[in-house]
Design a protein around this ligand. Structure first.
Ligand SMILES: [Zn+2]
Length: 473
């Protein structure tokens, strides 16, 4: 994600559903005497101990959500296909708000308790390790807005504004509108069926499979076949015009219908950017790409997977090209390779920031690129920046989106390039991408690839750039 308006160009900025045939195995133990662990109410993230959940691995979410746009009420049914990783007497999901009207595990009613974001479920028969199981949750209500961990404008989950809805959830807004294992360590595929009143249009991740009309409502079905972290799931509702492009990958862009003509010019380089990043790092990781422009200014953009989210203010932004490149770059670094823990956020933001500069280098030449990098260096070495700077490699839970994570993170990569030379630098990054694509990585994983491929000991280098306040020369 990237905020606007810091110094310079600061960035801040399915498998198919199908068919998980949920084979319901006979419970090994009668319900009266469940054995097995109580799945952990966190996935082990040092910054957010309660986020995510242990004991199971979600394969697929099927979200059926009927939206009353006038009242912002959701009437939803969610089916989760998961795999138990250990014997489980109970387990938890992350989920806040709403009235739960039905809960079943493997087609049998289940007990639950709720504490803040934890939704702790006890099935009537214990789950066996390595066995698939199915959870059904039906619920309704208006999404809560005030429970996100970072309180960043892009962390609130389902957000109603005067002309529609957007969903931005980094890091933990997903569980403010659907029950999930809300951590990038548990990626899954999705089917989303979103019902809205005409004449609203729904834009969501993945491929639009169909639109059904009945009784004044439209039901949009999307198939998300690429593994996706919960914070990268987005649903957008407004009076959109859709504009398709044929490029390296299919592109569909959604713009507010009265802003579409101007808006499309902001994104004319997308296909060239995809080709360029593909040449540098490896082919674009997902089945399609595109952007959605909310019908409201946002002052941020977010790399929601296969459909990056922008506000209408992107059209007036002086650094629009850089923001557009940044969100696209995240599809490789952030979305395909996701952070293992939120502490590793610079692997998202430092990389996306540096890649946006690499686009400047490709499009406008070496001189413009060097000027940009120099201006970022001046910014990150100024006393007032350093005073507020978090440590890039360990920014702290309340500082995930600190500007140092972006600009000093980008400079960490640039300094590495200056040390290794272009050929070795890009070989290192390609190897890192190839090894961790479609999964998760830590900073130490990245450093290990640098040392292995370049044949160096880089510990002191990364210590200075990532874990010290003082800025290296
Ligand atoms: Zn970003």
């Amino acid at each position: 994600m990237r905020k606007f308006g810091l110094v310079l160009v600061l960035m801040v900025v399915v498998l198919v559903t199908a068919a998980w045939i949920g084979e319901v195995t006979e419970p090994a133990v009668p319900a009266s005497a469940p054995v097995g662990a109580v799945g952990a109410t966190g996935i082990g993230d040092p910054y957010f101990p309660d986020l995510g959940n242990g004991g199971y691995d979600v394969q697929h979410y099927t979200l059926d959500v009927d939206v009353d746009i006038a009242t912002n009420t959701l009437d939803a049914s969610v089916i989760i296909n998961a795999l138990a990783l250990e014997d489980l007497a109970s387990f938890s999901l992350d989920f806040a708000g709403f009235t739960i009207t039905r809960l079943e595990v493997n087609d049998a009613p289940a007990e639950y308790i709720r504490e803040n974001r934890e939704f702790i479920i006890t099935p009537n028969a214990a789950l066996s390790a390595n066995t698939p199981f199915t959870i059904l949750v039906e619920y309704n209500g208006v999404p809560k807005k005030d429970l996100s961990l970072t309180r960043s404008p892009f962390s609130g989950g389902w957000t109603r504004y005067s002309k529609g809805v957007y969903v931005a959830s980094e890091p933990d807004g997903a569980s403010l509108w659907y029950p999930c294992n809300d951590h990038p360590l548990d990626k899954a595929t999705y089917t989303m069926r979103i019902g809205v009143d005409q004449p609203y249009v729904v834009a969501a991740n993945g491929t639009l499979e169909g639109i059904e009309e009945s009784g004044g409502k439209r039901l949009y079905t999307f198939a998300v076949r690429d593994l996706t972290a919960s914070y990268l799931v987005t649903v957008n509702i407004a009076k959109f015009t859709r504009i398709d492009e044929v490029g390296v990958v299919p592109i569909r862009n959604y713009f507010p219908e009265d802003k579409a003509f101007e808006a499309q010019f902001v994104f004319t380089e997308t296909s060239d950017m995809i080709a360029h990043f593909g040449e540098l790092f490896g082919e674009y990781p997902f089945e399609l790409y595109g952007v959605v422009m909310a019908d409201t200014p946002l002052s941020f953009a977010l790399e929601t997977q296969t459909l990056s989210l922008f506000g209408s203010d992107i059209a007036d932004s002086e650094d629009a090209t850089i923001v557009v490149a940044h969100e696209l770059a995240h599809q490789w670094f952030g979305n395909s390779i996701s952070p293992k823990y939120w502490r590793d956020i610079w692997l998202n933001e430092g990389f996306a920031t540096y890649l946006s500069a690499l686009w400047v280098e490709e499009r406008y030449g070496a001189e413009q690129f060097e000027q940009l990098m120099r201006s970022w260096y001046r910014a990150i070495s100024s006393p007032q920046f350093i005073r507020r700077a978090a440590l890039v490699g360990d920014p702290g839970a309340s500082n995930l989106f600190n500007a140092a994570v972006y600009f000093r993170g980008a400079w960490t990569l640039h300094a590495l390039r200056l040390n290794l030379g272009d050929e070795m630098f890009f070989r290192v990054i390609r190897t890192y991408y190839d090894r961790y694509k479609l999964s998760n990585a830590t900073t130490d994983d990245f450093i290990a690839v640098v040392d292995e491929v370049a044949g160096i000991e880089s510990e002191d280098f990364f210590q200075a750039w990532l874990y010290e306040k003082e800025i290296p020369e």
